[in-house]
Structures are given as structure tokens and as C-alpha cells.
Design a protein around this ligand. Structure first.
Ligand code: NAP
Length: 483
């Protein structure tokens, strides 16, 4: 059981139209570190989900016509409440998701930062005036909220993936219905509790928790009263949901999978590269969309980088996220851990070597020791697929052109990282990499001020920054004649 300072944050019913909605069945939420049941959450049906859509539709006229300052004040309060409850929210997150508590608290601050950011940014939804082709006309461009927004989010960032979307949507004047991942609904419901306390009016922010992903997904992608759908999750599911949205021509934005290259050039600061690779790879046990997936090292520094990196990885401590010395928690499920192990076994069969990670783990199946593989090639399954686990495959390369081609040889295009000092190279590689976000001598790129998002099959749209509002706004052109 969870011992919280504020036990009211542990909610187990869906949040619809400002009320807690119980359903006939329920879902067990378990702690991935122990297998223990933490809570049972009401399991909503697709038909009940329509109540949330109706509530969001009914709340839209009043919310969308509030002044930007009024919305900002309410969002600011939501941000403050999230930060005031950071410890409780962090504990809920660690218990349902598994990441170390320090990372979970970091996620709360990261998610809250988007609410703070968009509370301000909503005041700067500017329009345009455009010189007209004749003197009796005026051309004016205004921006208006798209309307009701629906969202589906994954388990790896149970708070922040919702905050990034809801903050922008609400700041733009939209109302919102989100379905969180079945494994991690408690963080979403705690956000709803705080939304209510912040004064977000009934119907503006709704959370529907239900195990029927497909049925609820159909409502959220096909309901005619929803104007826009936003998704964070795998590319496979994303493609399917885009197709579903086509039936009502919804606006869509997609934050999908990645296959991030991390490139270490001969002129890199190797110690900095080791630290960058460590944080970008092993955060959340390797279960982030921007996690380093392939480490490319130029042959002149291959030995030095590999030795220093392997030593650092071997020092990471695996354990329960609630223990203060844990660096790497459990994977989200036994299936997830077994998929990662399978990729490692295939790589070893195809000629890769395991440098660290093979010590027998005294933990249950869901925990993996952090691994480093060398002698990997870019065509092995481990380099083609999103690993989503604590494994670093190292691939050697000769020159800049070759590594840019290898890095781009994937359908994904979310985040990429490289370490180099030569300014010409920094510019050439930055332009040459086909990715939405590039860390240059930096392993962590995401923050509320920056546009987060991918190219190619990693998705479309951006979250955070001033660009993040665009996905929730329609452009309307007013032509005034007879002047
Ligand atoms: P997933 O399997 O695509 O699931 C994501 C969400 O979609 C969950 O809520 C899931 O519900 C739901 N879902 C699954 N099948 C569905 C269907 N047929 N109809 C409607 N909803 C459906 O992804 P995941 O394994 O949870 O998350 C990991 C993936 O997310 C990785 O690929 C990662 O790269 C990506 N990701 C991307 C970003 C980004 O910003 N680009 C951020 C984080 C994660 P259930 O929980 O019930 O299965």
C-alpha cells in the first residue's frame, strides 16, 4: 500500500465532468518491482467514454472564451499544486511504473514545467494583419482553439506525457479527454485531483481509465465531436490510430518511437561523451523514446570510449525504484524484459560480444543488468529495433559521411546525439542527421522551452516551446471588404 502525505491523491475512478465515475469492473494496478497490487481502478467502457466526450464538448464554450489571463491563472495554480505535491506524485509514479524515485520526482517537475510554460505562452497567441491586394480590404488572421481534444498516452512517462499535451491544449482554450496507459493510470488520476483543486472547471480535463484500448481508442479517434487527436506511443499503434482519425478528418499529432544514434567522433571530449551516453541510455532503464539506441564510435577513440563507458555502466545499481541508491529499476513487464533479452541473444549469435551485464541477477525476471555490447553492426536486429531496455550496442565507424548514412538508415527520426569539437563538423552533422532533435555534446535535450518531436515515422507535431500551441489552434482568415 502507498503511504502518502495526502491520501486523496490516490484516486481509483475515472474523472469525468468534474466527478469521479465508477464502473462495474476494475483493473489491478501492480508495482513492477514487486508484483504487488497497489490499487484497483474502475475499468471504464467505450460507451462510458462518450460521457467524457460529451462533458468536454459542453465545457468548451465557456473555457474557450475565457480570457488568456484567466486560463493562465488556473493553469499556474495547477503547476503550483503539482510541485507542492511532488513527493507524493513521485511515489505514486515509482510504485506504478518502476523508475527510481529521484527520476519520478524529476518527471513531476518536468511535466509541471510544461504547465507553467503554457500558462504563460497562452497569453501570446498572436494573430497577423496582412497588406491586402486592394485598398478597400483588410486581411486579418486570428487563431482559435481547435475544440475538443482527445489523447492516448503511454506508461513510460505517466505524468509528463499527459502534462505536455493537456497544458498546451488547455492554454489554447481547448477541452481535453485523455486515456492513460492501463499499467499506469494512478498518476493521471492524481493529476485530475489536482486539476480540480486548481479550479479547472468541470468537463475541461477528463481522464478515462479502461482496459479496452481498442474500443476506447475508437471513440477517441472517431467521435465526431472531437476535433483533434494526439498520441504518444509506438509507431505501429500510432499508424493505426492515424488511419482511424481519417474517418472524421481530425487534426492529429503523433509522438512515436525512436532509434536514436549517439555518435562519438575522434575529436570528442570522451569523458563528457561517456556521461552523455550514460544519461541518455540508462534513464528509466532505457525505456524512453529518446534513449540512445545505437552508439557509433569512430575507430580512433573506440578503445578509450568503450573501456570508460563499460566501467561506468558496470557501476550502475539495479533495484527497486523506492531504494535511494537505485539507478535502474525494473522493466515495465516480464514480456518487455524478455523481448530485450531476445535482442541481446540474437546479437550474440550474430557475432556481438557482451562486455558487461552478464553477472547473474539476484532480482526477479523483470530486472535486467545494464549491458554493453560491442562488435555490433548496423544491420543486426538490435540496431534496427527500438530496444527499450538497458542495453548499449556499440558500432565502430571510419568517417563522417559513413556515420551520417548509418545513423539515418532507419525509418525513425526522433532524437540523435553526437559529440565532436570541430565547428565545421558540428554544423555538417547537425544538418545531415534526419532527426527532429539533436543533442550536440549533450545527452538530455528535452525541456518545456524546446520543441519536442520527430520526423519520418517518429511522428509529427511538436510539444513544448512556442510551437507547441500550434497543434491546438486553427488559423482563421478574416477578409474585411467595403472599407
Ligand atoms: P503502445 O503499445 O503504442 O501504447 C501506447 C498507448 O496506446 C497505451 O495507452 C496503450 O494502451 C494504447 N494502445 C495500444 N493499442 C491500442 C489500440 N489498438 N487502440 C488504441 N490505443 C491503443 O506503446 P507503449 O509500449 O506503451 O509505449 C512505448 C512506445 O511509446 C515506444 O515506442 C516509445 O518510443 C513511444 N514513446 C514516444 C514518445 C515520444 O514523445 N515520441 C514518448 C514516450 C514513448 P494500453 O496501456 O492499454 O496497452
Amino acid at each position: 500500500m502507498i503511504a502518502l502525505e495526502d491520501s486523496e491523491l490516490l484516486r481509483t475512478f475515472s474523472y469525468i465532468n468534474g466527478s469521479w465515475h465508477s464502473s462495474e469492473k476494475d483493473i489491478a494496478v501492480t508495482n513492477p518491482a514487486t508484483g504487488e497490487e497497489i490499487a484497483r481502478v474502475s475499468d471504464i467502457t467505450p460507451a462510458e467514454t462518450e460521457l467524457a466526450v460529451a462533458a468536454a464538448k459542453a465545457a468548451l464554450p465557456e473555457w474557450s472564451t475565457k480570457s488568456a489571463n484567466e486560463r493562465a491563472a488556473i493553469l499556474r495554480k495547477w503547476f503550483e499544486l503539482m510541485m507542492a505535491n511532488q513527493m507524493d506524485l513521485g511515489q505514486i509514479l515509482t510504485l506504478e511504473q518502476g523508475k527510481p524515485l529521484v527520476e519520478a520526482k524529476g518527471e513531476i517537475a518536468y511535466g509541471a514545467a510544461f504547465i507553467e510554460w503554457f500558462a504563460e505562452e497562452g497569453k501570446r497567441i498572436y494573430g497577423d494583419t496582412i497588406p491586402a491586394p486592394s485598398k478597400d480590404k483588410k486581411i486579418i488572421v486570428i487563431k482559435q482553439p481547435v475544440g475538443v481534444v482527445s489523447a492516448i498516452t503511454p506508461w513510460n512517462f505517466p505524468n509528463a506525457m499527459i502534462a505536455r499535451k493537456a497544458a498546451a491544449a488547455l492554454a489554447a482554450g481547448c477541452t481535453f479527454v485523455v486515456r492513460p496507459a492501463t499499467q499506469t493510470p494512478l498518476s493521471a488520476l492524481a493529476m485530475a485531483e489536482l486539476a480540480e483543486r486548481a479550479g479547472i472547471p468541470a468537463g475541461v480535463f477528463n481522464v478515462v481509465v479502461g482496459s479496452d484500448a481498442q474500443g476506447i481508442g475508437e471513440v477517441l479517434t472517431q467521435h465526431p465531436d472531437i476535433a483533434k487527436f494526439t498520441f504518444t506511443g509506438s509507431t505501429g499503434v500510432g499508424k493505426r490510430l492515424i488511419a482511424q482519425c481519417a474517418t472524421t478528418v481530425k487534426k492529429v499529432s503523433m509522438e512515436l518511437g525512436g532509434n536514436a544514434p549517439f555518435i562519438v567522433f575522434d575529436d570528442a571530449d570522451i569523458d563528457a561523451a561517456v556521461q552523455g551516453a550514460l544519461v541518455s541510455k540508462y534513464r528509466n532503464a532505457g525505456q524512453t523514446c529518446v534513449c540512445t539506441n545505437r552508439i557509433f564510435v569512430q575507430k580512433g577513440v573506440l578503445k578509450e570510449f568503450t573501456e570508460k563507458f563499460t566501467k561506468a555502466v558496470a557501476n550502475l545499481k539495479v533495484g527497486n525504484g523506492m531504494d535511494s541508491d537505485t539507478d535502474i529499476g525494473p522493466l515495465i513487464s516480464e514480456k518487455a524484459a524478455s523481448d530485450v533479452k531476445q535482442l541481446v541473444v540474437q546479437s550474440l549469435e550474430q557475432g556481438a560480444s557482451l562486455l558487461t551485464g552478464n553477472t547473474p541477477s539476484d532480482h526477479p525476471e523483470q530486472f535486467l543488468n545494464p549491458m554493453v555490447l560491442t562488435d555490433v553492426t548496423n544491420d543486426m536486429p538490435i540496431a534496427r529495433n527500438e530496444i527499450f531496455g538497458p542495453v548499449s550496442p556499440i558500432i565502430a565507424f571510419d568517417d563522417e559521411q559513413q556515420v551520417i548514412a548509418m545513423a539515418n538508415d532507419t525509418e525513425f527520426g526522433l532524437a540523435a546525439y553526437f559529440y565532436a569539437r570541430d565547428i565545421g563538423r558540428v554544423w555538417r552533422v547537425s544538418e545531415g542527421l534526419e532527426y527532429g532533435m539533436i543533442g550536440i555534446n549533450e545527452g538530455i535535450v528535452s525541456n518545456a522551452a524546446a520543441p519536442f518531436g520527430g520526423v519520418k515515422q517518429s511522428g509529427n507535431g511538436r510539444e513544448g516551446s512556442r510551437y507547441g500551441l500550434d497543434d491546438y489552434l486553427e488559423i482563421k482568415y478574416l477578409c474585411m471588404g467595403g472599407l
